[in-house]
Design a binder for this molecule. Structure first.
Ligand code: SAM
Length: 316
């Protein structure tokens, strides 16, 4: 079934959605029609660009189902009710919890790379279950990459949104602002497990560390009471869009919605690799430095190897 992220306010406040786009995180511009007079309750009209996609590209017929996502982690089952040149109206049938969000929260601190390689990580990382992408400036980061203007940020958001819709996710991974590695190290939330693969580490492997984390998590799970999930109302349950949150702040926001107990922070170096001083600083902040094996991986390969191994070892 086709799934689409929509601005949460479209469900709670159609008038404010008049200025919203289909993507919940971008700046507003006038592209949706006014709520249709006499529209049945629990009916909404889709933002213009989404209406075009449903009517003209996917050609969904009256009565066909689609899933709307307001970034709360839930899915809203809807059916196409009316289409016209000006608008597409859908009727909202049911809100239910999404089923494919990760049970482990991965925050990927990625040394900034050339755009195409970074975008590849955003797409594949979203499919694999990353919760937060945090581009970082390292000593060997190539110059000029840090001034990612609004157009580039919008493009990165769109890549994340399309990968989330394609892979069946019901929450959008966050994309934090670009920051120096030092700030990221100062911001490691308590209780999180921080790991840094380094090409010059030859003693500890990622498997060793994940195995010990797995044991810790299993022990904690036995001692921690389970938390019942509240029954959500049909329309209003959207997550605020964090734009300038630090990791510690977004961690508290996140845990309110998704309940993953385990947070894994992964630090991956840039094209030029990590400097010994940067690794020493990371160790001082309690980061566990690991090897990903005897072969030197390209940064994007290292990032996805790390994410896939964390999910393999810890996601149950
Ligand atoms: N010059 C290559 C490039 O352009 O992608 C390699 C860059 S460097 C090795 C990228 C980062 O990937 C490193 O800083 C480290 O975080 C990670 N990495 C790559 N191979 C690794 C390995 N065998 N063990 C641990 N980390 C590795």
């Amino acid at each position: 079934m086709h799934r689409f992220f929509i601005p949460p306010e479209l469900l709670t406040n159609p008038t404010s959605a008049m200025n919203a786009t289909a993507s919940p995180s971008q700046e507003s511009y006038t592209n949706v029609v006014a709520p249709l007079a006499g529209a049945r309750p629990n009916s909404i009209s889709l933002p213009k660009d989404l209406a075009h996609q449903v009517r003209d590209v996917l050609r969904l017929n009256i009565g066909e189902h689609l899933l709307l996502l307001d970034n709360s982690g839930d899915e809203i089952l809807a059916t196409v009710a009316k289409t016209s040149k000006a608008s597409v109206e859908v009727h909202l049938l049911e809100r239910r919890p999404g089923t494919s969000e990760p049970t482990v929260r991965i925050v990927l601190y990625q040394g900034l790379l050339k755009s195409a390689r970074f975008e590849w990580i955003l797409e594949k990382g979203t499919e694999l279950g990353v919760s937060t992408f945090a581009p970082i400036l390292c000593r060997r980061s190539m110059a000029g990459l840090e001034d990612a203007g609004p157009a580039k940020l919008q493009r990165w958001q769109r890549i994340i949104q399309e990968a989330a819709e394609q892979s069946g996710r019901s929450s959008l991974p966050e994309l934090l602002p670009i920051r120096p590695l030092q700030h990221a190290l100062n911001d490691i939330p308590s209780g999180a497990f921080a790991i840094m693969p380094w090409e010059e580490e030859h003693n500890r492997t990622l498997h060793d560390v994940l195995h010990s984390i797995g044991n810790v998590v299993a022990t904690l799970a036995v001692t921690r009471p389970t938390r019942a999930r509240p029954i959500p109302a049909l329309l209003t349950r959207a997550r605020p869009t964090p734009t300038h949150l630090t990791l510690a702040q977004s961690t508290s926001v996140q845990s309110t919605f998704t309940h993953p107990h385990t947070t894994i922070i992964l630090f991956i170096g840039p094209e030029g690799g990590l400097m010994p001083e940067e690794v020493a600083l990371a160790r001082q902040h309690g980061v566990q430095v690991v090897s990903l094996g005897p072969r030197i991986l390209r940064a994007e390969t290292a990032a996805l190897t790390g994410v896939a191994n964390v999910m393999y070892e810890l996601e149950h």
